[in-house]
Design a protein around this ligand. Structure first.
Ligand code: PLP
Length: 457
């Protein structure tokens, strides 16, 4: 069997069912439906093995920032594979693309963040975060500062550390997570959990849960607070305007580290290079991945602020941590070329000045639809809440049913949008044109109509 052999869709589906265990998948259900085989892609469009053209409103999994089919990235990988396909960064070695990529990332990162630790993915980046945070406090002579505070429904990956730092209860239930030393506070999800509070009141309340948790545990036990600037996988949850300023006030009062998980928001998604810049935050560590290579090759990392870097470098001795693929030369060459394209083509500026304002004004119109309780977004992230009653924010009786009907309608009508429960979410490639945004929004409207019809409302 070679990759050149041609198989029909049915054959691939049968082989898939026989041999392939997928991430986050109910395999019994998948076996009954059959996998959708995605064969090729160009720009913002995918084609499946039946020839259907689908607008990718999720940029793969939040990662294909510069769109599909950029030959420059393929050329960069090909050239680097011939030159040096692999060498490790252990044993006092480095390779040119990894050194250049660390330098290029330091240039766009906040001024106080000048070092990068490379990993193979976002989950691994958060494993590194856990190790680094605890190592830092040990080096400060404060070894009791071990506990990391995360948030309910946050997402930080799927390894043991990633799933523990995240606050997804369905993940915790499978495998006795979180591991000890990780606790969670409520999320700033006003639409779902704000009750009778105004968004601003709720934002303050949710932020103050951090202070309450620090006081409950004791400042001498708390190592760090980890959060996404905007929760992605949890449902594109955009905190009320009052939330981050109040978190900043609390962080200034207590000596704990701030970890901003930039795996989705990093590399331009909010219209700034990093979500931390969008919210004017000063993190100590920023896990990154996804948009770092536009998903063309797997790569992640942690951008490290001066405070932690200085301790690790000046006092740390050897840090017994790293991965075979840390600083992989081919992934780094692709990451570097991806960054060059983002810069030379002024894609982050395009998001801020054109694409985001246009997308946000267009999706705001969807709020008029009878199924829609709220539309929200920042940059090229958006969410649409499906409800049975617009004024009370009441959901349909069967949780998640409206969302999955809508998601299936979208795919059938040539659009990928993801459903998180009854929240429809989008995160298109950063290079999406205004005409493609129009196409996306008109498809969404049509699919909302079809969903309402199927729900009988
Ligand atoms: C996707 C994601 C991760 C995990 O990244 P992987 O590359 O899938 O391991 C971590 N944090 C956030 C915020 C993510 O969205």
């Amino acid at each position: 069997m070679s990759n050149e052999t041609h198989y029909s869709t049915a054959q691939l589906q049968a082989m898939d069912a026989a041999h392939y265990l997928h991430p986050f998948t109910d395999h019994k259900e998948l076996g009954e439906r059959g996998t959708r085989i995605i064969e090729r892609a160009q720009g913002v469009y995918l084609w499946d093995s039946e020839g259907n053209q689908i607008l990718d409103g999720m940029a793969g999994l939040w990662c294909v920032s510069i769109g599909y089919g950029r030959t420059e990235l393929a050329d960069a990988a090909y050239k680097q594979m011939l030159e040096l396909p692999y060498y490790n960064s252990f044993f006092q070695c480095a390779n040119p693309p990894a050194v250049k990529l660390a330098t290029a990332i330091a240039e766009i990162a906040p001024a106080h963040m000048n070092h990068v630790f490379f990993t193979g993915s976002g989950s691994e980046a958060n494993d590194t975060v856990l190790r680094m945070v605890r190592r830092y406090w040990d080096l400060q002579g404060k070894p009791t500062k071990k506990t990391i505070i995360g948030r309910v429904n946050g997402y930080h990956g799927s390894t043991v550390a990633g799933a523990s730092l995240g606050g997804m209860s369905v993940m915790h239930e499978q495998g006795d997570l979180p591991i000890p030393g990780i606790v969670h506070i409520p999320q700033p999800y006003w639409f779902g959990e704000g009750g009778d509070m105004s968004p601003d009141e709720f934002g303050i309340w949710a932020a103050q849960q951090l202070e309450a948790k620090i006081q409950e545990l004791g400042e001498d036990q708390v190592a760090a607070f980890i959060a996404e600037p905007i929760q992605g996988a949890g449902g594109v949850i955009i905190p009320p305007d009052t939330y981050w300023p109040e978190i900043k006030r609390i962080l200034a009062k207590y000596d704990i580290l701030l970890v901003m998980d930039e795996v989705i928001c990093g590399f331009g998604r909010t219209g700034e290079w990093f979500g931390s810049q969008y919210y004017d935050l000063k993190p100590d560590l920023m896990p990154i991945a996804k948009g770092m290579t536009s998903g063309y090759l797997p790569m992640g990392g942690v951008i490290v602020g001066e405070r932690v870097a200085k301790a690790l470098i000046d006092q740390g001795g050897e840090f017994f941590h790293g991965y075979t693929y840390s600083g992989h030369p081919v992934a780094a060459a692709v990451g570097l070329e991806n960054l060059r394209i983002l810069r030379d083509e002024k894609i982050v500026e395009y998001v801020k000045q054109e694409a985001a304002p246009y997308l946000q004004s267009r999706i705001a119109q969807l709020a008029e639809h009878r199924l829609v309780g709220e539309v929200r977004g920042v940059g090229l992230l958006g969410a649409i809440e499906l409800v049975s009653d617009k004024t009370t924010r009441a959901r349909f009786a069967e949780k998640g049913a409206a969302g999955s009907i809508c998601r299936d309608m979208c795919v059938r009508n040539g659009l990928v949008m993801r459903a998180v429960g009854d929240t429809m979410i989008m995160s298109p490639p950063l290079v999406i044109t205004t005409a493609e945004i129009d196409e996306m929004v008109s498809k969404i409207w049509r699919c909302l109509d079809l969903t309402a019809e199927q729900l009988g409302v």
